[in-house]
Ligand binder design. Structure first.
Ligand SMILES: CC(C)CCC[C@@H](C)[C@H]1CC[C@H]2[C@@H]3CC=C4C[C@@H](O)CC[C@]4(C)[C@H]3CC[C@]12C
Length: 453
């Protein structure tokens, strides 16, 4: 489709403006316990993307879904779906800018060689963004209502909502919810981002599941960014062990290999500790207890030694995440993360994929681009061009315009906003209301769509 005809962007028009002089704490200290979507933050804390564009970043490794659709058995398909679900979060690593809140009715589209996606802001209070991606092999859709709470030291993000993958060829539907995200060190120290919690993917047609745990690293450095879990069949029998880091890779091995490896590792650890036990300190005993929990274990791979000892702790910032790795025999690599562009740190830590999201190529409203598309938001464009004052003026203007037009609509027909491209329906799979694409966006009939900007 469109992408290949256009040159890739290797940089944004202007480098980001340093936040060094700004204390995030001074802005947020009055906001403890509040919903951050209701707080006006200075645009210097933003990144030049709308949250709708940010959602499209779930698609960076869409080829894994195509791969999944081409697997002949449901366990292999589940492995790939799990890898896709983890890969979808990789771009969040080190991304500490706040995306712009989408305006009600704002849209964003993206057409790549092998799929296309359309997003719409379908509700303002609470903020809900719906998306629908499709290709010849899969559909991927859902809606996200991010709840962003500031709890003192951290910002906790709950990306409420369910996402769905469908493979028409297999008549299969998979659903899951994304894990929570935590931004650490709001008061002092270096900001850093963590995804933590449990993700349970269900194949509603066959009963296969994948349960993945995104570990919290606040207690153990070696768990930084680590993800582990199992693919199970319809009877709950473990089939595969999945392991890796959401920032780097996901690997997979048969359950039996994991089990054997685990027993072997346990024995080594045990022997070591028994030798040490005559004068065991309470700390050692604790670690022995811990080793029985087998939450995670170190392997003695080459990389380990190269990167050992790990970098020093920088305030409350966990150590380098390359110092511990897992490498179980006969594992296959399901996904590995693309490297960030070299200049990424000057550009909001964007991935190469994110760098393309504001590109206009030859799109022109209303014939070849919907007038509500986020690429046309002047505040985002100002920020992208390094014009902070312009960005903040435009942002205020747009928010006021949105308030006024909502009031006007209420007084004219008492009505609420109806999304143009999505509708709310009941889902038998999740037994809840979901936003489904109502079609026709790609007909490009935008004559009756007014600009929001
Ligand atoms: C300036 C400061 C401290 C606030 C910055 C908050 C930023 C980092 C927050 C605000 C909104 C958050 C996003 C909200 C929802 C999702 C969807 C989820 O599936 C992946 C994480 C992701 C994409 C979050 C990443 C972190 C995020 C971008």
């Amino acid at each position: 489709m469109a992408e290949s005809e256009h040159a890739q962007r290797h940089a944004l028009p202007a480098a980001m403006i340093s936040r060094k002089k700004i204390s995030v704490w001074s802005i947020l200290k009055n906001c403890i316990g509040k919903d951050l979507s209701k707080i006006t933050m200075p645009v210097v804390l933003n990144e030049p993307l709308s949250f709708l564009q940010r959602l499209c970043e779930y698609m960076e490794y869409a080829e894994i879904l195509t791969q999944a659709a081409h697997q002949d058995n449901p366990a292999d398909r589940m492995k790939c779906v799990a890898a896709f679900a983890v890969s979808a979060l990789a771009s969040n690593w080190d991304r500490l800018g706040k995306p712009f809140n989408p305006l009600l009715g704002e849209t964003y589209e993206l057409q790549k060689e092998d799929y296309r996606i359309i997003c719409e802001q379908v509700s303002h209070h609470p903020p809900v963004s719906a998306f629908h991606a499709e290709s010849t092999d899969f559909k991927f859709h859902g809606s996200i209502n991010p709840k962003i709470k500031f709890s003192g030291k951290n910002v906790e993000v709950h990306p409420n909502g369910i996402v769905t993958v469908e493979f028409p060829k297999w008549n299969e539907t998979y659903t899951w919810s994304n894990v929570n995200c935590c931004v650490h060190n709001i008061i002092v120290g270096k900001l850093w981002i963590e995804q933590h919690g449990t993700m349970e993917i269900t194949n509603h047609s066959t009963g296969h599941t994948a349960k993945l745990i995104f570990k919290s690293s606040t207690s153990a450095d070696k768990d930084l960014h680590r993800v582990e879990g199992f693919v199970k069949d319809e009877n709950g029998q473990n089939l595969f062990f999945l392991y890796g880091k959401w920032t780097k890779f996901l690997k997979c091995c048969p359950y039996e290999n994991y089990d054997e490896y685990r027993k072997h590792e346990m024995k080594i650890k045990d022997d070591k500790e028994t030798t040490a036990s005559p004068n065991a300190t309470p700390k050692r005993m604790f670690s022995k207890l811990n080793s029985f929990k087998l939450n995670s274990f170190r392997s003695l791979s080459i990389q380990d030694h190269e990167n050992y000892p790990p970098a020093d702790i920088d305030g409350d910032f966990p150590r380098s995440d390359s110092s511990f790795s897992l490498d179980i025999p006969d594992s296959t690599l399901l996904w590995s993360c693309n490297p960030r562009p070299e200049n990424s740190s000057e550009y909001y830590n964007f991935t190469n994929f994110a760098m393309q999201l504001n590109a206009m190529d030859n799109m022109k409203p209303p014939d070849t681009l919907c007038p509500t598309d986020a690429r046309l938001r002047p505040d985002i464009l100002c920020l992208e061009n390094g014009d902070l004052d312009g960005a903040s003026k435009e942002k205020t203007r747009l928010e006021e315009k949105q308030r006024d037009s909502r009031k006007l609509k209420k007084s004219e027909d008492g009505g609420d906003f109806t999304p143009r491209w999505f509708k709310k329906v009941y889902s038998p799979f999740t037994k809840s209301e979901v936003w489904l694409y109502s079609g026709s966006y790609w007909n490009r009939d935008y004559e009756t769509t007014n600009s929001l900007f």
